[in-house]
Design a protein around this ligand. Structure first.
Ligand code: S3P
Length: 438
């Protein structure tokens, strides 16, 4: 892969009205359910990032006809739950944990064998969290000795529903099992240890598939139903918007209006945490788009102060911590996060990699097993390693707004997995960012 470096001059402010790219979680699910539905599903606002394209290409390789993406429009000619064909090659999930984990659930229910592969980062990430409960459902899956990809998934197995209390607060695991649940005899019932994103449940209902939500923590599906094609309007991704919420909050003079952002309450922890820190964020024109809450977000610069992040917000902001750590570094006082050990098994070890980068830029950051303690201070300029993690790269780009010298960030190519056009969009809004290919 091409090695890309960001070079960001210090200072500046962000202004304007922007729409960040489509929601990654919703885009993946729209392709998956569209492919397994009966009829033609139209998707607008689809995220044309490499992760969602990995999902799209996997279904093409299994015989699904898909038009696009073209400017966020995709048309999926669904083949029904039992209409996929065996792919002739292993399916490459690239850098995408969501693709690999959710696809495992779907593929466990097929009549044919498949192999799922991924890049170096994905091949290190834990997969037992899906292979173990899928095996309990009757699936046959082989992983490496350490429980990582490549995964060989044997078809033709008879799956049964299980009652499964999730040992980790993971929406990918929940979604994997719900998708496998479509192929079972009986009911698959999942209990969450804490609220986690519920896009799969909402979208299943949008495709006309009954989902029982017994109480706030339990969700169940019964196998043997069918999905009916629909139209999906993918909102802008709050996870991508968070880089801009943080940027405008830390750079004096900034004001941004972020349009049509998904504000599903299982995702809005970052807004809550920033507000606790003193951020000036308004949620305007709340509305529903295809079963998902959406709003416009106005954010203006405001001085931030350190906080102890409430434990219950950790799963609701799990992808946003790299950006939130930048906000914490610019805040007055100490910010403490606990209960977020999952950060260590994301695209990189986000606790260690963020602590290293913050330290390299002159901030006192102490990594802990499940979080971080950050003392607000002043960023020096310097060089940081993104370790191929898209969210690390984008977070440190924002740090330059408050740095005393230029910030150079290495290994940024994977920003294209979730936020294609990041450099031009942020540059046009006022970030002094340039991309370099050394
Ligand atoms: C996702 C769930 C989260 C999140 C990831 C997307 C999803 O992962 O970090 O970016 O679409 O279900 P976990 O389920 O592993 O927490």
């Amino acid at each position: 892969m091409r090695s890309i470096r960001y070079f960001v001059q210090p200072g500046g402010m962000l202004q304007g009205r922007l729409r960040v790219p489509g929601d990654k979680s919703i885009s993946h699910r729209a392709i998956m359910l569209g492919a397994l539905a009966e009829g033609v599903t139209t998707i607008t606002g689809f995220l044309e990032g490499e992760d969602c394209l990995a999902t799209l290409n996997a279904f093409r390789a299994m015989g699904v006809h898909i038009d696009g993406p073209e400017q966020g429009q995709v048309t999926v000619h669904g083949v029904g739950l039992h209409g996929l064909y065996a792919p002739s090659n292993p399916l490459d999930m690239g850098n995408s944990g969501t693709s690999m984990r959710l696809m495992s659930g779907i593929l466990a229910g097929q009549a044919f064998d498949t192999v799922l592969t991924g890049d170096v980062s994905l091949s290190r990430r834990p997969m037992r969290r899906v292979t173990e409960p899928l095996t309990r459902m009757g699936a046959r899956i082989e992983a490496t000795e350490s429980g990582t990809a490549p995964l060989r998934i044997y078809g033709g197995q008879r799956l049964s529903g299980i009652d499964y209390p999730l040992p980790v607060a993971s929406a990918q695991v929940k979604s994997c099992l719900l998708l496998a649940g479509l192929y079972t005899d009986g009911v698959t019932c999942i209990t969450e240890p804490a609220p986690i994103r519920d896009h799969t449940e909402r979208m299943l209902e949008g495709f006309g598939y009954p989902v029982q939500r017994e109480d706030k923590r339990t969700v169940a599906v019964k196998g043997g139903g069918r999905l009916t094609a629909t139209a999906i309007d993918v909102p802008a991704d709050l996870s991508s918007a968070t880089f801009l919420l943080v940027a405008a909050s830390i750079a004096p003079g900034s004001e941004l209006l972020l349009e049509h952002v998904g504000v599903n309450p299982t995702r809005t922890g970052a807004i809550d945490i920033l507000r606790l820190m003193g951020a000036d964020i308004e949620v305007l024109n709340p509305r529903l788009a295809g079963g998902e809450p959406v709003a416009d977000l106005r954010v203006r610069y405001a001085p931030l102060h350190g906080v102890r992040i409430p434990g219950e917000l950790a799963p609701l902001a799990i992808d946003e911590f790299p950006a939130l750590f930048i906000a914490a570094a610019c805040a007055k006082g100490v910010t403490t996060l606990n209960g977020a050990a999952e950060l260590r098994v994301k695209e990189s070890d986000r606790i260690q990699v963020m602590a290293d980068g913050l330290t390299a830029l002159g901030i006192a950051a102490e990594p802990t097993p499940d979080g971080m303690i950050i003392q607000g201070g002043t960023f020096s300029g310097g060089m940081v390693e993104a370790h191929g993690d898209h969210r690390i790269a984008m977070s440190f780009a924002m740090a330059a707004l408050r740095a005393s010298g230029p910030v150079s960030i290495h290994d940024c190519a994977n920003v294209n997995t979730s936020f294609p056009g990041f450099v031009s969009l942020t540059h046009n809004a006022g970030l002094r960012i340039a991309e370099q290919t050394p």
